[in-house]
Design a protein around this ligand. Structure first.
Ligand code: GLN
Length: 322
C-alpha cells in the first residue's frame, strides 16, 4: 500500500544519510584516472519492486559506468549466443578468492579454464567468445539486451573508455596470459577493446535496479511477463553473482547480506532479490531489484557505504535468500 511505501521511503532516506558519512572510510578508484572525477561522498539507492513500485533515495540522478557489472551482461549474452554448455566448458564457476584483476591463478599449472566469468580473466575470455569480428559487432547484442531490459539504449562514456584503454597494463597482461594459454577465441586487441568499452557503458541506479529486478524474476520483466533472459541463464548468473559477484568479499556478502549482487569499481552495485514464499510482510520487496551507487570503495573494490547500506536494509527487511 501507499502507506507502506511511504514508510519504506522515509526509512531509506534516513539510512542513506546515515551511511553517507561512511563514504570517508573508503576511496574512489584511481587506477582508471577518469573515475577519480566521481564525487566521493555520493551515495544513492533505487529499489524497484512489485507493480513497478519504486523507492529512490540519495544521489539518484548521477550516471556512472558499468565497469565490472558489465561482466554479468557479457556472460548472459555469450550464453544466449553460444549456449550454456559451451560457456561452462570454457569458464569455470568457482570463486577465485583473489582480487578481481588477479593474474596469479593464470600461472597455475594445468589450469583448464579461468575461475569464473565475473573476474577479469574470465570476463575477458567471455568477451573473446562473443560473436562478431569487431568491437562494435561484439557490443551490439549487449546494447540490445540492455535496451530490452531498460527501455532505452544506454551510451558509451568515451572519456572513461579512453582513460581505461590508456591505463590498462594489467588487463593487457591478463590478455597476453589468456592468449598464451589458448583461452581466447578471438583477436586479443579486439577482445580488450570490447572489454574496455563494455565497462564504459553509462547507466543510472534506476537502470541497475531494473536489471536486478529482471534477474530476480528469472529473466522475466514482471510488468509485461516478457522473457528477456532465458530462465536457466538467469539462474546460473545469479548463482555466480552470489558466489563471485563481490570479488574476494563474496563470502562475507553472502553471509551478511545474502542477496545475489554484482559490483563495479565505479561504485555501482546491482542486487536481485528473488521472490520467496515467506514474503507476505513486505510483498512489495518480493522479486525486487536494487541499484546502488557510491564511488568510495573498500580495499576489495566494492562501494564501501553501498555495501553497508545494503547490509542494513537486507537485515531490516529480511531480504536474505537463506
Ligand atoms: N574496467 C575495470 C577493470 O577491468 C573493471 C573492474 C571492476 O569494476 N572491478 O579493471
Amino acid at each position: 500500500t501507499e502507506q507502506t511505501r511511504d514508510w519504506l521511503q522515509s526509512y531509506t532516506d534516513d539510512w542513506v544519510s546515515f551511511y553517507r558519512k561512511h563514504t570517508s572510510d573508503g576511496e574512489v578508484a584511481s587506477y582508471i584516472p577518469e573515475l577519480l572525477k566521481a564525487d566521493p561522498d555520493a551515495l544513492g539507492i533505487t529499489v524497484i519492486g512489485k507493480n513497478g513500485m519504486t523507492l529512490r533515495s540519495g544521489d539518484v540522478n548521477t550516471t556512472f559506468t558499468l565497469q565490472s557489472i558489465s561482466k554479468v551482461i557479457s556472460f548472459v549474452v555469450a550464453c544466449m549466443e553460444r549456449g550454456v554448455a559451451y560457456m561452462l566448458d570454457r569458464v569455470d564457476v568457482e570463486p577465485a578468492g583473489e582480487a578481481f584483476n588477479s593474474i596469479m591463478h593464470l600461472e597455475m599449472k594445468q589450469l583448464k579454464k579461468p575461475f569464473n566469468p565475473l573476474i577479469n580473466a574470465g570476463a575477458i575470455t567471455v568477451t573473446s567468445i562473443l560473436e562478431g569480428r569487431t568491437s562494435d559487432e561484439k557490443l551490439e547484442p549487449m546494447f540490445e539486451l540492455l535496451e530490452d531490459m531498460l527501455g532505452h539504449r544506454p551510451e558509451l562514456d568515451v572519456d572513461v573508455y579512453e582513460s581505461e584503454r590508456d591505463s590498462s597494463m594489467r588487463n593487457r597482461a591478463i590478455g597476453y596470459y589468456l592468449l598464451e594459454t589458448g583461452f581466447l577465441e578471438s583477436d586479443m586487441s579486439v577482445t580488450l577493446e570490447t572489454y574496455f568499452k563494455q565497462c564504459s557503458i553509462d547507466v543510472s541506479i534506476d537502470d541497475l535496479a531494473r536489471i536486478g529486478m529482471i534477474l530476480a524474476n528469472d529473466g522475466r520483466d514482471p510488468e509485461t511477463g516478457e522473457e528477456i533472459i532465458p530462465r536457466q541463464i538467469a539462474r546460473i548468473t545469479k548463482a555466480l553473482m552470489l558466489t563471485c559477484g563481490m570479488y574476494d568479499a563474496s563470502g562475507k556478502f553472502a553471509t551478511y547480506v545474502g542477496i545475489p549482487a554484482k559490483s563495479g569499481v565505479s561504485g555501482g552495485i546491482i542486487a536481485a532479490v528473488p521472490p520467496r514464499v515467506r514474503d507476505e510482510e513486505l510483498p512489495f520487496l518480493s522479486g525486487c531489484g536494487i541499484g546502488v551507487y557510491g564511488p568510495s570503495l573498500d580495499d576489495k573494490g566494492n562501494s564501501i557505504a553501498g555495501i553497508r547500506l545494503l547490509r542494513h536494509i537486507a537485515n531490516q527487511w529480511d531480504l536474505s535468500i537463506f
